[in-house]
Design a protein around this ligand. Structure first.
Ligand code: BES
Ligand code: ZN
Ligand code: ZN
Length: 503
């Protein structure tokens, strides 16, 4: 989708579909309070075009509610789409992101290829508002039905975002530019996640990361089994040893010439291209979904793609530990002991707790490469989805400053993460009688924290954030603003968090 800013009145824009946003300005809580619909535009022609229908009360401007008018009088556009943002006292740039997405997903099945969106003339922060519109629209254009032979390419080809008179032009341009970069990178991650296990092996994931790096000027190395042995990555290797597919250790580096020597940011992603559970085999129901067990790794590749273009003045190393978790004659078994790169011994209790094994070596390696701040992303536990549902992803932190920066990043990204504990009182859960630690908790309680406690063993005192996105990386149903399938969660927030460290 090509997007462009237009500096002309919306009424004069010829388009198949012109979108304008509306709010309900009646914020009274009384039961019979009538909605008072206000179009977020200063153009009389637009208000006139909707003047007939708004008083009927059939459109309440609820968030993502739509109303379509054909042949609107006084406008060049052939259709006018009004999208609700909800009660005006509450509307935020995040509502705008979803509403822009709703407009695009309204257009797609109707064969509408070009769209215009009139950005609201309100007191939203202009950079955030334009960024949100661009992001919402581009993210909404993605659909996951790539292998359907009857797939018609229903992408919206062009989007014009109309800048209202009086808006801050520079802010609009900055917001738009950043929004395009970040949303296209999120969609890139979604494309990788969407591929099934047979089309997205560790080796293929490595090639995709290398191609992307080449395109955007990142350094990228992709190593195989030999390098894992050389680095003594016993935890990572133990997962891949049961598969015919070789593992891939993907290392992407962004180092702008002006970057200070400190901090160095390390991004580490879980890249299990398919998780059968290994010898601790998963039940068959829903196992096909385990193709998205590389969503954390894909998020890191997507984030590196955005970072390469936004060019923050900070060095960033992106590591993805890619492997396939399979049962086989050579597969590791419950009870096996593995020695991680750090030298710690691990008793394998359950081969399905493999994400923490590959991340253990990935996090340790990132520190060896010089990372002084760490973040990992992983579809690590079912337990996080039990705890937080499909609204918030989990975040764990051993450092308040890193956590505060991430909280601020969420205000820009619009994503939702909820903090869960990773503290020493939980350490008993991963004690083993034969080795330093074991790879599952003694009990099922606090499963997401037990996994985080395991990872913590490999970061020591390095400020570190752990994102458990298992419940949020895949959407089971369509929403008005985003298609079902891979969500690309975490890309936007990680990018903002990294930018917070730029000098
Ligand atoms: N990949 C799974 C976690 C997962 C579950 C991701 C559901 C997405 C949706 C992970 O490797 C796993 O199997 N974890 C186990 C850990 C257990 C054996 C301690 C789990 O969550 O059951
Ligand atoms: Zn597993
Ligand atoms: Zn897994």
């Amino acid at each position: 989708m090509k997007t462009e800013l237009l500096f002309t009145p919306a009424a004069a824009v010829s388009s198949e579909l012109l979108t304008v946003f509306a709010v309900d300005t009646n914020t009274s809580k009384e039961k019979d309070a009538k909605p008072a619909i206000t179009l977020l535009t200063s153009e009389d022609a637009l208000k006139q075009a909707a003047a007939f229908v708004l008083p009927t009360g059939e459109f309440k401007a609820d968030a993502n509610e739509t109303l379509l008018l054909h042949a609107p009088e006084g406008l060049k556009a052939t259709r006018l789409l009004i999208v609700g943002l909800g009660k005006s006292a509450k509307a935020t740039p995040h509502d705008l992101r979803r509403a822009a997405g709703t407009a695009v997903r309204f257009a797609k099945p109707r064969g509408i290829r070009s769209l215009a969106i009139a950005a609201p003339a309100t007191d939203f922060d202009a950079t955030l508002a334009f960024r949100a519109i661009a992001e919402g629209a581009i993210v909404a254009d993605f659909d996951s039905d790539t292998y359907r032979t009857d797939r018609r390419d229903r992408s919206v080809e062009s989007l014009n975002i109309i800048v209202p008179t009086g808006a801050d032009k520079t802010a609009a341009e900055t917001g738009h530019r950043e929004g395009v970069i970040v949303a296209e990178s999120q969609n890139f991650a979604r494309t990788l996640i969407n591929e099934p296990g047979n089309k997205m092996t560790p080796t293929i994931l490595g090639s995709r990361a290398a191609e992307m790096s080449e395109e955007f000027g990142l350094k990228c190395e992709v190593y195989g089994a030999e390098k894992l042995h050389e680095l003594k990555m016993g935890a990572f290797w133990s997962v891949s040893q049961g598969s015919e597919e070789p593992p891939a250790l993907i290392v992407m580096t962004y180092e702008p010439p002006s970057a200070p020597t400190e901090p160095v940011i390390g991004l580490v992603g879980k890249g299990i291209t398919f998780d059968t559970g290994g010898i601790s085999l998963k039940p068959g129901d829903n196992m096909e979904k385990m193709k998205y067990d590389m969503a954390g790794g894909a998020a890191m590749i997507g984030a590196m793609r955005a970072i390469a273009q936004l060019k923050p003045k900070v060095k960033v190393i992106g590591i993805v530990c890619a492997a396939e978790n399979m049962p086989d004659g050579k597969a590791q078994k419950p009870g096996d002991i593995q020695i991680a790169m750090s030298g710690k011994s691990i008793e394998i209790i359950n081969t399905d707790a493999e994400g923490r094994l590959v991340l253990a070596d990935g996090l340790y390696y990132a520190r060896q490469l010089g990372a002084t701040r760490l973040i990992d992303a992983a579809t690590l536990t079912g337990a996080v989805a039990i705890a937080l549902g499909q609204v918030n992803a989990g975040i764990f932190a051993n450092d308040e400053d890193a956590f505060q920066r991430f909280s601020k990043a969420l205000a820009t990204s619009g994503e939702k993460f909820w903090r869960l504990p990773v503290e020493d009182e939980y350490r008993d859960q991963i004690r083993s009688s034969i080795a330093d630690i074991q790879n599952t908790g003694l009990t099922r309680y606090g499963g997401a924290t037990n996994a985080a406690m395991f990872l913590k063993e490999f970061v020591d005192d390095t400020p570190w954030l752990h994102l458990d996105i298992a419940g949020m990386a895949w959407l089971d149903s369509d929403k008005s603003w985003i298609a079902r399938g891979p969500s690309g969660v975490a890309v936007r927030s990680i990018v903002e968090w990294v930018r917070s460290y730029a000098s």
